[in-house]
Design a binder for this molecule. Structure first.
Ligand code: HEC
Length: 207
C-alpha cells in the first residue's frame, strides 16, 4: 500500500512537471541557445564570446552542415574575404618537428585548460592520419600522409596548406575542420610549423 502511494505521487510529479514545461513553451521556453549560455558558468575571461555563433556558424546550422551549392559558394567567398595573417618572417614552411608536437597536442580551449604557460595545440591527429609512426588517429578528415610528396612542394601548395589550416571554411563550406588561425587557436608561426610537417621533404610525412 505504501509503495502504491509513492508510485502515485511520483506519477503526479511527472505529470505536473510536464504541464509546467508545456506552459513555459508557450510563454518563451528557453531556446537551445539560452540553455547552452546558462549551462556554462564561471568561464575564463572572454570565453562567453565562444557561445555566440558567427555568420558562418549560423549559416551552417541553418543548412545542417549540408549547404546548397550556391550557399556553399557564398560561405566560402565570405571566408575568403577574411584576413589571413602570415608569419612575420614571411616563411610559410616552418620546423616540422615543432609541427609534429603541435599536431599531437590537444591542450587548450577546453574547460579547465587555463594554464597560460602551456601552449595550445592543433589536435590534428584527432581527425587525420599524418605520420605513419603514430598509430592513434581519427578518420573524420582525410589522411595527410605523403601530403607534400603527392601534391608537390610548390609555393602554391605551401600557401594552400597554410590558408587551409588558417581558415578551412574558405575552401570547404561547413567543414568539420576548425578555423585554427581565424579563431586565434594557433599562431601564424605554429601554422607554419604544421605546414613544415606536411610539406618539408625531410618530414616523416613525406618519407
Ligand atoms: C575536427 C576534425 C579536424 C581537425 C581537428 C583537423 N582537421 Fe583537417 N580536415 C578535416 C576534414 C573533415 C577535412 C576534409 C574537408 C575539408 O577539406 O575541410 C580536413 C582537411 C584538411 C586538409 C586539406 C586536405 C587536402 O587534401 O586538401 C588539411 C591540409 C588539413 N585538414 C590539415 C589539418 C591540420 C594541420 C590540423 C591540425 C591543426 C587539422 N587539419 C585538424 C577535419 C579536421
Amino acid at each position: 500500500m505504501k509503495t502504491t502511494t509513492i508510485l502515485l505521487s511520483a506519477g503526479a510529479v511527472i505529470v505536473l512537471g510536464a504541464c509546467a514545461a508545456g506552459s513555459q513553451m508557450g510563454a518563451g521556453f528557453p531556446s537551445a541557445d539560452q540553455a547552452v549560455a546558462s549551462s556554462f558558468q564561471n568561464m575564463q575571461p572572454g570565453w562567453d564570446k565562444r557561445l555566440v555563433q558567427d555568420d558562418t556558424q549560423k549559416a551552417c546550422s541553418v543548412a545542417r552542415e549540408k549547404p546548397s551549392k550556391a550557399e556553399a559558394e557564398r560561405i566560402e567567398k565570405m571566408n575568403q574575404a577574411m584576413k589571413v595573417v602570415y608569419p612575420a618572417s614571411g616563411k610559410l614552411v616552418g620546423d616540422w618537428k615543432k609541427g609534429e608536437a603541435i599536431a599531437q597536442n590537444g591542450y587548450g580551449l577546453r574547460v579547465g585548460d587555463n594554464d597560460p604557460k602551456r601552449q595550445t595545440g592543433g589536435n590534428c591527429y584527432a581527425c587525420h592520419q599524418i605520420q605513419m609512426k603514430e598509430l592513434s588517429y581519427g578518420t573524420l578528415g582525410p589522411s595527410l600522409h605523403h601530403f607534400g610528396k603527392l601534391r608537390g612542394n610548390t609555393p602554391a601548395i605551401q600557401k594552400y596548406a597554410y590558408d587551409k589550416i588558417y581558415n578551412a571554411q574558405a575552401f570547404t563550406a561547413c567543414t568539420n575542420m576548425p578555423r585554427f588561425g581565424h579563431n586565434g587557436v594557433l599562431s601564424p608561426d605554429q601554422i607554419a610549423d604544421l605546414v613544415g610537417l606536411l610539406m618539408d621533404p625531410d618530414s616523416p610525412v613525406n618519407q
